[in-house]
Design a protein around this ligand. Sequence first.
Ligand code: PGA
Length: 250
Amino acid sequence: MKRKIIAGNYKMNKTITEVEEFLNEIKDSINVTDKEVIIFPNNLAVYSAVKLLENTNVKVGIQNISTEDSGAYTGETSAVMAKDALCTYVLCGHSERREKFSETDEIVNKKVLKCLENSLKPVICVGENLLQRQDNFHFVTVKHQVKKALKGVSKEDIENIIIAYEPIWAIGTGESATSKQADEMCKYIKEKLKEEYGEEASKIKVLYGGSVTEKTADELLNMENIDGALIGSASLKKEFVNIVNTKIVD
Ligand code: PGA
């Protein structure tokens, strides 16, 4: 069985000091071997988090990178810089970036390619909004987002890709998708990837994200097609430890 991934996206929460205090409190309890644990703190806290977690299995990622390598891009952080800060993962195309910072599928694709060029692993977020779900457009929306995000990604690179299915209506709303809805979309994504990349696609992990809590984690993480969870608000609290320690039944 694949190791499930438990990823915590801190978004724009917790200062460096708060990240350090929190990680010192929980790091022993999230230092597990049966799952892969990743945290995404704010950019300024990334390096100190890496240092603090140095002797653990917990990996650190950055929440966003630039499409460019260097130059006159005030406020941006490049993939090279993220790599130098010892990040392993990068969130690409989170719906908040798509909606609040006008990130298009083309921009997401550029970021994915930048990650791979720099040996960083992109966690590509996709997901439909409420209207799209109500109109039964959720599958086609997600299919296009995945296809566009992966444009130009070779078969060899596919094992370094993670997809996170995060329906927008479930993010930060307290209303998680049901385990059945989440599982069927993760399954669908895997089927589409298989059509594109063949058997190699089975190496891609597909996570679910959107209001995952310690109460819903057990059922979600035990679904056949869900390879892990991307967690926002519950990752800021001690509750994250319980999610990390969810029992996965073979
Ligand atoms: P949430 O956020 O768990 O607070 O809904 C998930 C995410 O945005 O990745």
